[in-house]
Design a protein around this ligand. Structure first.
Ligand code: SAH
Length: 254
């Protein structure tokens, strides 16, 4: 890998930016960001990462905060095609991993349909980030033998998920985009059989200096989150692994 290599023209790299700390980029992501002609980036990609871009790179903000979609998905898909057809090297930069609740698949389908070559570069997803920086493992032989990532995105006031499967014991369930639905999430998990004392946590702004972790239970998490005014981006983690934070926390000041 030669850093002075110019990137191929007319190609798109779908790149995971991780949580926003440039130190947590892959080496390949950092190289591509510093070489691309154009970068189309999302809301959760931090400034410190965008500072790695070339001074003359074309930087295009594609947005996407919950309920505030800056560019509609179809326009983003088409934008990538148009930039590649201008013969630019294009980085499509997404927070975390592009294939985990990142709509990366949809964007690639448009590229395939248009005959545009591409590569995919994974990134550190929020669940891995928040667990590492909050100080609890996501699996542990004494606590959880399986791990599920689900979207807690609220649609018409409900979250349509396979609650009986999510409420089984001995697993960890991580809810992305679940902050607005915390009442519904906790209520459903309890209604489907988990004790209200089941440990549950929320981690906000993973890796940032103001990272905040609240440890609670399914019964108390909604009121704890309201008390502390927890806003996105934050992850809800359900399962007894979260209690290990008391022992393993290394990053957050208490
Ligand atoms: N592709 C991304 C996820 C995009 S969905 C990834 O792999 O991480 C956006 C959701 O990710 C947010 O609503 C939040 O639940 C979670 N998230 C992203 N960054 C986060 C962070 N720094 N701290 C806590 N949660 C985060």
């Amino acid at each position: 890998m030669n850093p002075s290599n110019k990137l191929e023209a007319g190609k798109v790299w779908l790149v995971g930016a991780g949580p926003g700390d440039p130190d947590l980029l892959t080496v390949k992501a950092a190289r591509l960001i510093s070489q691309a002609d154009a970068i189309v980036y999302d809301h959760l990609v931090g400034n410190r990462i965008m500072d790695l871009a070339r001074a003359d790179a074309r930087l295009i903000y594609a947005g996407k905060e919950a309920s505030k979609h800056t560019l509609p998905q179809d326009s983003i898909n088409q934008l990538l095609v148009d930039l590649a057809r201008e013969n630019l090297s294009v980085v499509r930069l997404k927070g975390g991993d592009p294939f985990i609740f990142g709509r990366g698949g949809e964007e690639l389908e448009t590229l395939v349909a248009s005959g545009i070559p591409f590569e995919v570069i994974p990134g550190v997803t929020a669940a891995a980030v928040c667990a590492a920086y909050a100080g609890f493992p996501l699996t542990h032989r004494d606590h959880a033998q399986s791990l599920t990532f689900v979207t807690g995105h609220l649609k018409d006031g409900t979250v349509n998920l396979d609650w009986p499967a999510l409420a089984r014991p001995k697993q960890t369930v991580v809810f992305y985009m679940g902050i607005g639905a915390v009442n519904e999430i906790c209520r459903q998990m309890i209604n489907h059989g988990l004790p209200s004392m089941t440990p549950a946590a929320v981690v906000r702004n993973g890796t940032q200096p103001d990272q905040q972790t609240l440890l609670a239970t399914l019964g108390t998490l909604p009121s704890r989150m309201a008390e502390f005014g927890i806003k996105p981006p934050a992850l809800i983690v359900v399962g007894s692994v979260v209690n290990l934070q008391a022992k393993l926390n290394w990053f957050e000041k208490k």
